[in-house]
Design a protein around this ligand. Structure first.
Ligand code: GAR
Length: 208
C-alpha cells in the first residue's frame, strides 16, 4: 500500500464539489494523501462546511479584510506552510494568484478548469463555450504557472455540448468528469508519476 506522504492544502471559493470528490477519493483509498487544510477566501463558502463534516481543519482568509493582494496571499502561504502542505490544490478558487504565491510552491500547485484549455480560459468558461458554439467542451487539470490557466496540462476529459445546453446543464456534465480526473491527477502526483518537461507533462508507468 502506498503511504500518504503528500500533504494537500485545498483552496476553494464556493460550494466545493471538487473538494468533496477529493475527500471521497481519499476516503475510498484511491488517493494516497493527507488533506491537511482547506482555506477559502469567502466566509460563506460551503466548502468550509464540507471540510468540517469530514473533520478537516478549515478556515476563511477573507480577502476583504486585507488591504492588498500581497498581504492576503502572504497569509495564505503562511497557513499552508504551517500545515506542512506539499501540494496546493485549487478547487474552484476564483482568484488569480500572483507570481509571489506561485513561486512559493514551484510545480506544486494544481488547478482544475472547466473547459479544454488552452480554449476558454478565465472565470466564465461555460458562458464562453456556449457563446462560441463549440460542440465539445470538458475540463483540464494543470500545474499552475505565473500566467492565467496557462500551465502544463496533466489530464483532460471531453464532454459533448448538446443542443439547448445552458451553463447549468453543461457545467453539471463537466463536473461529473472533474470529479473523476482531479482525484486521478492528484494520485498521479502522489505516486511521483508526473514528469514535467517544459509545457509537457509525461505520465510515467505505474511501478509495481
Ligand atoms: C468547477 O467547475 C471548477 O472547474 C471551476 O469552478 C467550479 C467549482 O465548483 N473553476 C474555475 O472556474 C477556476 N477558474 P465547486 O465549488 O463545486 O468545486
Amino acid at each position: 500500500m502506498t503511504e500518504a506522504k503528500e500533504v494537500l492544502g485545498v483552496l476553494c471559493s464556493g460550494r466545493g464539489t471538487d473538494l468533496q470528490s477529493i475527500i471521497d477519493a481519499i476516503g475510498r483509498g484511491e488517493v494516497h494523501a493527507k488533506l491537511a487544510l482547506v482555506l477559502t477566501d469567502k466566509p460563506d463558502a460551503y466548502a468550509l462546511k464540507r471540510a468540517e463534516n469530514a473533520g478537516i481543519p478549515a478556515a476563511c482568509v477573507n480577502r476583504k479584510e486585507y488591504d492588498d493582494r500581497e498581504s492576503f496571499e502572504r497569509e495564505l502561504v503562511r497557513r499552508l506552510q504551517a500545515a506542512g502542505v506539499t501540494l496546493v490544490v485549487l478547487a474552484g478558487f476564483m482568484r488569480i494568484l500572483t507570481p509571489y504565491f506561485v513561486r512559493q510552491f514551484p510545480h506544486r500547485i494544481m488547478n482544475i478548469h472547466p473547459a479544454l484549455l488552452p480554449s476558454f480560459p478565465g472565470a466564465h468558461a461555460h458562458r464562453d463555450v456556449l457563446a462560441y458554439g463549440v460542440k465539445v467542451s470538458g475540463c483540464t487539470v494543470h500545474f499552475v504557472d505565473e500566467g492565467t490557466d496557462s500551465g502544463p496540462i496533466i489530464l483532460q476529459a471531453a464532454v459533448p455540448v448538446l443542443e439547448g445546453d445552458t451553463e447549468e446543464t453543461l457545467s453539471a456534465r463537466v463536473l461529473e468528469q472533474e470529479h473523476k480526473i482531479y482525484p486521478q491527477a492528484i494520485e498521479l502526483y502522489c505516486e511521483h508519476r508526473l514528469n514535467i518537461d517544459g509545457r509537457h507533462v509525461h505520465i510515467l508507468p505505474k511501478k509495481d
